[in-house]
Design a protein around this ligand. Structure first.
Ligand code: SUD
Ligand code: ADP
Length: 301
């Protein structure tokens, strides 16, 4: 019997560096970045229903259902469901802070596309899912594809890469960065020369948004100054989260213990394959073996 439920982790990402190389005619900025996943995750549980509706519990405070990226992803996939009566009950354990530059919303959208593609028997390819994801947010495709990647364009042109996978201390200053405000600042660096992929893996992690983010968000500035004594501090995305790479988990934990309690902290590790895909592949394998067993146990006709 086919299982009609699936539980998947929905991980955060880091931008190991972020260059802004230009601005398009529509105002969007062209970037070069490396996305790497980390093993800090939300958890999403999906169960198929036959009422054609999508329920999400609990609601995210401050995010109406129609704006929740989980709901938007489900609605975008609905026309491809094998049966139009298919709906879903989705439960969300939210652990990733919003507006932190670690992509929790985009990750949730991608996890939803991947899960419901299976449960609703849409049978869409990864390319097709990434294309749907692109319209939900610039960072959704990398979470759909599930490989650490060098990204260009506005984040949709992806080449898989395998950067080192150190331990990270991740720190969230107590503020919410408005991405639009950062990209609208006239002092933002927008003319970093484009680099080649081989060069990208050797970079030390410059983020062109850093100075503008610090200017608009004194909390990020304060955390950045504090952390500088403990390693090479980097900003992910447009922030607010900052991170430092360490060779051992003990080093990361030692620094974490002394971080002021007003900032949220995590110790985690870089992952070049998304935890969503590891769990999804296990689930697919299990479904195949369940199907095989049920066929073998059918009486001969
Ligand atoms: C720059 C990144 C890197 O990961 O930052 P984070 O969101 O992770 O911090 C993302 O690609 C962010 O993409 P996305 O999350 O889709 O951006 P949004 O919040 O929709 O962007 C808000 C606004 O910022 C501007 N914007 C955004 C992305 C971009 N490449 N150029 C832009 O100029 C646009 O004006 C847009 O309306
Ligand atoms: N399921 C979701 N999880 C997180 N944020 C969501 C979700 N759905 C919609 N959003 C909206 O998307 C915004 C960006 O969220 P998120 O991707 O977590 O941050 P960032 O882009 O800074 O990494 C949030 O501030 C919130 O308003």
């Amino acid at each position: 019997m086919t299982n009609h439920s699936i539980s998947l982790p929905s991980p955060a990402k880091l931008n190991l560096f972020l260059h802004i190389t230009g601005r398009r005619n529509d105002g969007y900025h062209e970037l070069q970045t490396i996305f790497q996943f980390i093993n800090v995750c939300d958890q999403l549980d999906f169960t198929t229903t036959n009422d054609a509706l999508v329920h999400i519990l609990p609601a995210i405070k401050g995010v109406p259902l129609e704006e929740n990226l989980i709901y938007k992803a489900a609605q975008a996939l609905k026309p491809f469901a094998k049966n139009e009566a298919f709906g879903a009950n989705i439960s969300l354990k939210k652990r990733l802070p919003m507006g932190g530059g670690i992509g929790g919303g985009s990750s949730n959208a991608a996890t939803t596309l991947l899960a419901l593609n299976q449960l609703w028997q849409c049978d869409l390819s990864t390319d097709a899912l990434a294309n749907i994801g692109r319209h939900l947010g610039a960072d959704v495709p990398v979470f759909v594809r599930g490989n650490a990647a060098f990204a260009e364009g506005i984040g949709e042109l992806l080449t898989p890469v395998e950067p080192e996978t150190p331990f990270y201390l991740l720190v969230k200053p107590d503020c919410h960065v408005a991405t639009g405000q950062i990209f609208a600042d006239k002092y933002l660096t927008r003319d970093t020369p484009p680099i080649r992929i081989a060069h990208a893996l050797k970079l030390s992690g410059q983020n062109d948004c850093l100075e503008v983010v610090k200017k608009h968000n004194p909390e990020v500035n304060e955390a950045f100054e504090w952390l500088q004594d403990y390693g090479d501090v980097k900003l992910t995305g447009t922030g607010a989260c900052l991170f430092i790479a360490y060779n051992t988990i003990e080093d990361a934990e030692r620094v974490r213990a002394s971080v002021p309690k007003k900032w949220q902290t995590w110790v985690c590790q870089g992952c070049n394959v998304s935890p969503t895909h590891l769990a999804l592949n296990q689930w697919i394998k299990k479904q195949k073996s369940l199907r095989l067993n049920s066929e073998l146990s059918k009486p001969d006709e």
